[in-house]
Design a protein around this ligand. Sequence first.
Ligand code: GLC
Length: 716
Amino acid sequence: MERYAIDVLLEKMTLDEKIGQLMQYAGAFYSEEANDTPVTGPAELPINQHAVKKSGSVLGVAGAKKTIGIQKEHLKSNRLGIPLLFMADVINGFRTIFPIPLALGSTWEPELVQQAQSVAAKEAASAGVHVCFAPMVDLVRDPRWGRVMESTGEDSFLNSRFAEATVKGFQGNDLRKEFDRVAACVKHFAAYGAAEAGRDYNTVDMSERELREQYLPAYKAALDAGSELVMTAFNTVDSVPATGNKPLMRGILREEFGFEGVLISDYGAVGELIPHGVAENEKEAAQKAITAGVDIEMMSLCYENDLKGLVETGEVSIDLVDEAVLRILQLKEKLGLFDDPYRGVSEGREEQTLFTAEHRELARKTAEKSTVLLKNNGVLPLKTKKIALIGPYGDNKDILGEWSIFGKQEEAVTLKEGLALHSEQIVYAAGAQMYERDQEHFQEAMVLAKSVDTVVLALGEGRDRSGEGRSRANITIEECQLELLRELKAIGKKVVVVLFNARPLDLTEVDQLADAILEAWHPGSEGGAAVANILFGSVVPSGKLSMSFPRTVGQLPLYYNSYSTGRPLPENSDERFFSRYIDVANTPLYSFGHGLSYASFQYENLTLDKTEIQRHESINASITITNTSHFDGEETVQLYIQDIVGEVVRPVKELKGFKKIIIEANESKTVSFTITEDMLRYHHADLSYTSDPGNFRVFIGTSSSNTEQAEFRLIK
Ligand code: GLC
């Protein structure tokens, strides 16, 4: 078939063919073989084969055989030979599964995440995937929301670093040449993570200042790193659903941020403009979405059914359609699809690429680095090889997390399997099911426990309790699991709780009872091996929380970088007329940045080389950290700054830098940060982004709640 330049191709296309390019349907519509494509939203869609045949992209299909088959079939009947784009949710790994994104956030190691995402890209690309729907960079402050697992946490600075890392890991340097890379799609633009009361798809309402200050930076970071696509959010932004929000999409995203890539709607989100109540019918929804700048409509039919009519009557300019089509064709060209619509995919290459020993090794390392030691009274690392392993997660392969749709559960290493690599003296009983009591096994577990001093108790929430459409109003561990912990303590055992869960939980009771708590999250393919290495001390834990753990659900939303209010509660006070609860502390149970090590780090001598700077000058802030233990350890040193007086209220502290360093046993290291004026800027009442002269507090420490401090002054 003749090969045309893209603009020539556009000229040759009929309106019907153009509209086809704007449509994306799930794999099951394309082939019988793709019938097992995971469903990620409402699946019913009354489409005919003509629509499917002329569509421009496919949702959720992966696998060399399937993608080659669908592409071949498609090209047979496509008049101009325009290949399909295959897009899928590859969030924390393709076949080799890495820890869930919230766990990746706990690594505080963007370079490692970049490596992990390049492995994910390599595997996905070998299976014929061209675009991966990540990074999800929605800032999250409310763990009731089931999708906090997909985010790297509550801080815009940290999220931005991970956003860049994922985009770079996916895209490499040149998608046209590097067939082991995929295009990234940053999502969900914008502020999807702020759903009221943590209920999925719920309203988002905030000031533009807050939006720009907290929520937009991570999307912007992904764009600056080159993300080829953006996905719209389901929610409203300033009372208009994002998918039909022209000021957001054409104004901020395109004009202000300079985004020139493809904007895709979230699943069914164009059609949802109708139930949102901003469009009367599909026709109006189509008009609003295309006017707002949405190029691809995923899994609803507004463009397909009504765009043609809208163009013919002049209600929508053909230029809007052409511009969208052109962007999609450009993406296809960038990916090299006009040269090779299969991007070098073959079943042989796929087989060689997936789940290699090297990939698994990286998955294990990533899981080790994302595990957070929340509490330890000295019981860890384990001092004995004779251990009872109890709990519904003790020998459970369901540890890949909700988005692991192309992973294979049977390939996951369970905790029991991991522990067996260290000791032959492990006895095991589940003792309870995930959500139900099991009297017989409960007794069996207690009998086992009586034969040992120390129990490893593996608890958590199942994969079916987190992810999209899985908000929870209660975020405690199930009663049937807590009963195990209570009884084990009642019979006098040392209990190490290992948690496999996908959101911050209310761990107040667990914290009171357990001797140690290790947060393993949903750690991926090598999870059990990674956790066992930590329990037995062959790896020293180094993860730090990127999201606060509340004491109770009633404190939510809860985040470290809050404002002080006019009545900040004095320390240790329980007086009435301050901003506080009368029945629970204001503070989280475990704060942002918290995470223990087997080593102990002592921070001292925070020194600023100047206490006053002008705008063009910088400050060197340094601190000495001594490892006072006999373990070599890795520490994430965190820098926070507070603008003491602003034109608008400013957070009590904000993360501005971090450094991860290895400090050997009994060694001291000095760590320094450079503070420059641009780190002091914020959005003023008129939305200008500048700094103000005045006093600033510098905090350096091991977590957001455990720091040394000093002050400096910015002068004009
Ligand atoms: C969903 C999600 C989005 C995902 C998409 C495609 O409903 O909100 O994150 O990428 O569908 O599966």
